[in-house]
Design a protein around this ligand. Structure first.
Ligand code: PGA
Length: 250
């Protein structure tokens, strides 16, 4: 069995002012004075703070990631940020296809795949999000929905380049609810099967993160589930102490 080094990514979403960099300093302090983290640590702040997070995080091993990128490298797309721009200010990762963007900005699987390809082209590692709605889970369609999202959102380039998949059941995001450990185990096993089917040995090494109400109280059990190779953390990543507790649960 291959061992995959775990990764914990914090998604600040549309939260954070320059004053929030104090929280990053607090996290850096915890990471450098406590026991060495057993996970790769990534913080994805809003674009306005990305350069500062990348610069400030470097000395404590915190990597920076964007929350979205455009499919094109440059051009007449007012308000957009390209993958190359994220890389230029020090990002190493970028979240693509988060369910909030799929819902708010009508992002399709094809668009998400194109964004992942743009990220890879710019030298970033895309964190590609998939996940079912509550109605889809209730209808017994969770696995087929996620399989379809994977098939269309993960680019072929994942066979040669590093990508990360994040399974985030939409109904668990920001709600304080999580699937049962058995449901998480089963979904992650299914995702693993799909990745191995498509990418062979390489697919066995792709990190599959769990996201959706991952908190200090449930992180230890969830992160110990087979094929859960880390987490994507929203709300609980905003407070250094909580995020550090989740990181140390690995
Ligand atoms: P949450 O968000 O941890 O606040 O549920 C997770 C996410 O949306 O990535």
């Amino acid at each position: 069995m291959t061992t995959i080094s775990p990764l914990i990514a914090g998604n600040w979403k549309m939260n954070g002012l320059t004053s929030s960099l104090e929280e990053l300093s607090a996290l850096a302090q915890l990471l450098t004075t406590g026991e060495a983290p057993r996970a790769v640590v990534v913080v994805c702040p809003p674009a306005t703070l990305l350069a500062a997070v990348a610069a400030q995080g470097a000395s404590s091993g915190i990597m920076a990631g964007g929350q979205n990128c455009h499919v094109e490298a440059a051009g007449a797309h007012t308000g957009e940020v390209s993958a190359g721009m994220l890389a230029d200010v020090g990002a190493q990762y970028v979240i693509v296809g988060h369910s909030e963007r799929r819902a708010d900005n009508h992002e399709t699987d094809d668009l998400v795949r194109a964004k992942a390809e743009a990220a890879i082209g710019a030298g970033l590692k895309p964190i590609i999000c998939v996940g079912e709605t509550e109605a889809e889970r209730d209808a017994g369609q969770a696995e087929s929905v996620v399989a379809a999202q994977l098939a269309s959102s993960v680019p072929d380039a994942a066979g040669q380049h590093e990508v990360i998949v994040a399974y985030e059941p939409i109904w668990a995001i920001g709600t304080g609810r999580t699937p049962s450990n058995d449901d998480i185990r089963q979904m992650h096993a299914n995702i693993r099967d799909r990745l191995v089917e498509r990418f062979g040995e390489k697919g066995a090494q792709i990190r599959i993160l769990y996201g959706g109400s991952l908190k200090p109280v449930n992180a230890r059990e969830i992160l110990a589930i087979e094929n859960v190779n880390g987490g994507l953390v929203g709300g609980a990543s905003l407070l250094a102490k909580d995020f550090y507790t989740i990181i140390s649960s690995v």
